[in-house]
Design a protein around this ligand. Structure first.
Ligand code: ZN
Length: 212
């Protein structure tokens, strides 16, 4: 195994443990991946993040098929594959069933511009993808549509998915989305939050882009 790939595998182990510690990955829910040379590395199916080692990560090759000889890849491998295919800027993908984001996803309620940090996802809102059965191509197609000009979306009656340039950033973004989902949910307990207008959100998106 080349050193660079070893580093990517170790990054997935660390990221999984962090998601578990943050409470973003109850039981064995969710899955993670990183873009690698000629393909991507993904957590195996039914993975408990606290028991995974670097060798357990499954390599999916350039022909986007399973390389064989290992544990089966996460059932959501299509979703990860399609993000890497369609979004050149994606270096890592994090899918979670985190409590607050999943609560809103079950209400099929997108997160609007109630807080300027919603722009961390890349635009004025965080969409909720239409429902499709887990592990299907249909789910991937719907998620990709909701991710248009965004780095994060909710998945109806399921959870959330985010991507970013590397695994550390992607985990941080998943954490931010969960925090925003909780704040939005809390605000709804008291009343209807005041939304920032499109011009203000465009200004914030611009500012975020300029500090990289
Ligand atoms: Zn899932």
């Amino acid at each position: 195994m080349i050193a660079a790939e070893r580093g990517l595998r170790m990054g997935l182990v660390t990221a999984g443990r962090r998601l578990l510690a943050l409470g973003l990955s109850p039981a064995t829910s969710g899955n993670l991946s990183v873009r690698a040379k000629n393909g991507y590395l993904i957590t195996p199916s039914g993975a408990a993040y606290d028991t995974l080692s670097p060798e357990d990560m499954v390599f999916m090759g350039d022909d986007w098929t399973h390389s064989g000889g290992q544990r089966p890849a996460s059932s959501e491998w299509r979703l990860h594959r399609d993000i890497y295919r369609r979004r050149a800027e994606a270096g890592a993908v994090v899918h979670v069933h985190s409590p607050a984001a999943t609560t809103l996803a079950c209400l099929r309620r997108p997160i609007p511009s109630f807080h300027y940090e919603v722009a961390f996802a890349g635009g004025k809102d965080i969409r909720c993808a239409d429902y499709a059965t887990f592990g299907t191509q249909e789910l991937s197609d719907r998620a990709l549509a909701a991710l248009e000009q965004r780095r994060a979306c909710l998945l109806a009656n399921h959870g959330a998915i985010v991507f970013d340039a590397d695994i550390e950033r992607a985990v941080r973004l998943a954490e931010r989305i969960e925090h925003l989902a909780r704040l939005y949910w809390q605000a709804l307990q008291v009343g209807e939050p005041v939304l920032l207008d499109d011009a203000e959100m465009a200004r914030v998106v611009e500012k975020f882009a300029s500090y990289g």
